[in-house]
Design a protein around this ligand. Structure first.
Ligand SMILES: *Cc1c(COP(=O)(O)O)cnc(C)c1O
Length: 465
């Protein structure tokens, strides 16, 4: 398998090169040259696999044997040994028509751990094998930062710098990032919002001289490996729900969405051959993607702070990957559209393309009150405490999926990470001991202005120290 850019100006590269490139050198996003087709037969085989075995089977389609099987197996086993649940991503039945895919059993209690534990192992593998230094740079709305830091803290040959929007992440998210004492970690708290942070790192990754001089590597979902790792649990969840219900029909997936990374992984799984009916895209008040799916116009609105801060994103970096497939892999058209987006601030697609989008996706923007009501309702009715992101996913199911089919809704974080919303529902929760312990630890972070030059200066100093 080789990887190409949505904008068509990157020479096809292999798996490790794609992993290390992160953002495409032409400013586009890397995608597989061809989406591998998984046969019915193979799907039958895969039903029997453990989570870890399934990771290996799926990665086998994407890695071209660039990492010897024995090594890859070790990396995968190490990645998921840090999870608190044997099944890694267990599926729970809520009702006949609703299953929850619990993605928060990793070290930082959010779904980002699933890809970032593996990427941490892969970075360490590459650093070790090639004796090179790797300098990870990422932006976070809260969860990616904590997960990425946890994935590489203390690892030889790797330094990591994470930008987060000052005061716009939850208390637990901030503590998870800033209480890490390893010297290979730098937290920059940026005056601005997530879109500002993501904008800065996209600029820096786009500056190829800066990128290569500083050996930059990406952990955000601009990195295709993160997407590939996230396709695994769509397959796994489908098999578990089908076994539990006895029905092997197509299911809907509902996905709390910010950067469009997770739901794009679901789209990729569908294109590979997983029986997926609709992908339900749940947003909060930052509902640019909901509006796109309903109207075919992609136009950022005003940034709003919400109960689900990890989804407080207007400009979704993975949207370009999906758009590429909507436009039948026409990279010239994408290049033009993204340039126009930069200058004019909006993208609109044709009625035919919109019809295609609507045959694959449904969307619902879940605003504050609906989010809190969903948390309260599910606690009262099912004794299940949802975090505010997962609640958006479930609220979108209740709004849309009344056709008798089964929906698997992604539970993307543990409620303890977002107690700010839980207390507003009048619910008192006990923290897991790992989270309780954070409140005792000293914090390390540096406040910076939201200017590119300031961030670049900090980075050069940190990476070269
Ligand atoms: C990151 C995150 C999301 C959004 O995922 P995207 O891949 O950015 O769409 C949803 N919920 C939680 C808890 C997250 O951390």
């Amino acid at each position: 398998m080789r990887y190409i850019s949505t904008r068509g100006k990157v020479k096809p590269v292999g798996f490790i090169d794609a992993f290390m490139m992160g953002l495409g050198d032409d400013g586009g996003l890397l995608v597989p040259e061809q989406i591998p087709a998984v046969s019915q037969e193979t799907l039958k085989e895969w039903q029997k696999l453990s989570y870890q075995e399934l990771v290996l089977a799926i990665f086998d389609l994407y890695t071209n044997g660039e990492i010897p099987n024995k090594d890859l197996r070790e990396l995968v086993l190490a990645s998921y040994s840090t999870f608190r649940h044997d099944e890694v991503t267990p599926v729970r039945r809520i009702r006949d028509d609703l299953y929850l895919l619990e993605l928060f059993h990793g070290p930082t209690f959010a779904f980002k751990d699933i890809a970032l534990q593996l990427m941490g192992q892969l970075y360490a593998y590459v650093a070790n094998k090639d004796g090179r230094s790797i300098h990870i740079l990422g932006a976070t709305s809260g969860d990616t930062g904590a997960s990425a830091i946890e994935g590489v803290r203390g690892k030889k040959g790797i330094k990591i710098c994470i930008l987060h929007p000052n005061g716009k992440v939850s208390k637990v998210q901030e503590l998870q990032m800033t209480t890490v004492q390893d010297d290979n970690v730098l937290n920059l708290s940026v005056n601005g919002n997530f879109d500002d942070c993501q904008g800065i790192i996209k600029e820096l990754f786009g500056d190829l001289a800066f990128k290569s001089a500083n050996q930059l590597a990406a952990v955000n979902s601009i990195n295709i490996v993160r997407i590939l790792a996230q396709t695994v649990y769509y397959f796994y969840a489908y098999f578990q729900a089908a076994k539990a219900s006895g029905q092997w029909k197509p299911v809907h997936f509902s996905v709390p969405t910010g950067n469009f990374g997770d739901i794009f992984a679901g789209y990729l799984a569908k294109r590979m051959g997983l029986p997926v009916d609709k992908l339900i895209l749940a947003t909060n008040e930052n509902n640019i993607l909901e509006r796109f799916i309903h109207e075919g116009v992609y136009m950022p609105g005003d940034f709003r702070a919400t109960y689900s801060p990890s989804m407080d994103i207007q400009v979704a970096s993975n949207f370009e990957r999906y758009l590429y497939y909507v436009l039948d892999e026409d990279s010239e058209a994408i290049d033009k559209l993204m340039k126009a987006f930069k200058s004019e601030g909006e993208i609109s697609i044709s009625p035919e393309s919109l019809a295609k989008v609507q045959s694959e996706f449904m969307a619902h923007g879940v605003f504050g009150k609906e989010c809190l009501n969903t948390i309260s309702d599910y606690q009262a009715k099912y004794g299940y405490l949802l975090d505010p992101h997962s609640a958006c996913g479930v609220a979108a199911v209740d709004k849309h999926a009344a056709d008798g089919g089964i929906t698997i809704s992604l539970a993307t974080a543990h409620p303890a990470k977002f107690n700010e919303a839980i207390v507003l529902c009048g619910i008192q929760q006990n923290y897991p001991p790992e989270i309780e312990a954070l409140f005792e630890k000293p914090q390390r972070q540096k406040l910076v202005d939201g200017k590119l030059e300031d961030v670049a200066k900090e980075l050069v100093q940190f990476y070269n120290a």
